[in-house]
Design a protein around this ligand. Sequence first.
Ligand code: CIR
Length: 263
Amino acid sequence: WAARRAAASASRRIAIVRMPSSRLADGELTHQERVPVDLDLAERQWEDYVGALRAEGFTIVEVPPAEELPDSVFVEDTLVIIDGTAIVTRPGAVSRAREIDDAAPTARDLGLRVERIVEPGTLDGGDVLQIGSTVYVGRGGRTNAEGIRQLRAIAGRLGREVVAVPVSKVLHLKSAVTALPDGTVIGHPSTIDDASMWRSFLPMPEAEGGHVVVLGDDAVLMATSAPASAELVRSLGYRVVTVDISEFEKLEGCVTCLSVLVR
Ligand code: CIR
């Protein structure tokens, strides 16, 4: 364990992922209609997603798979990493509550200090967007006021300011907006409650174009479902790696939700 911990803190470019359950098609849906999911394709897409992170120099750490938890592949919702602390969330969907059982030990094994969101608070990691030293948290269907209060207390102890953002049109804050490496907030206006609250906001031409995983100072990961947005981001001087995550998008997942990055 000590050796694993030392290795983890030495490289500090880790991506936590979780293999999809064969029950993926039974995952929660809130804003979208249920459509058939091709599980073989989902598994290949997941391998490609993990491969893309590996190719970018991330060490891959897997939370043990959970067959009985359809949404467990969306591991982002279970852990929020701030510096060396992992905040184990309390997911807002009852069907997802047990996803944290294996996520917490994985965080501990990586040498992260563990904090927890506790009852009656709920918080999904997909609602947490970190830009510099500010932690934005979406108040929507999954994250409640008590979850925000607890996050504010924990993040405050870690020297972070927490800013709460209403989210009503999509599942999570990061289903609406994410940020480029320079802090510019991007998203499609149709998914955002109030774009004027962002100091530096750039509208994207597609709804899926609002989602980036920051790979480094000059590179982001985006979904192939948003080609015009990827082109726009490229035109700003970024290297854009794209992955097809169509089967996860059918379950309201986006490119951020399939991993938790530790840096
Ligand atoms: C859910 O509704 O919880 C899942 N079907 C999708 C979760 C996607 N998570 C994310 O965007 N962070």
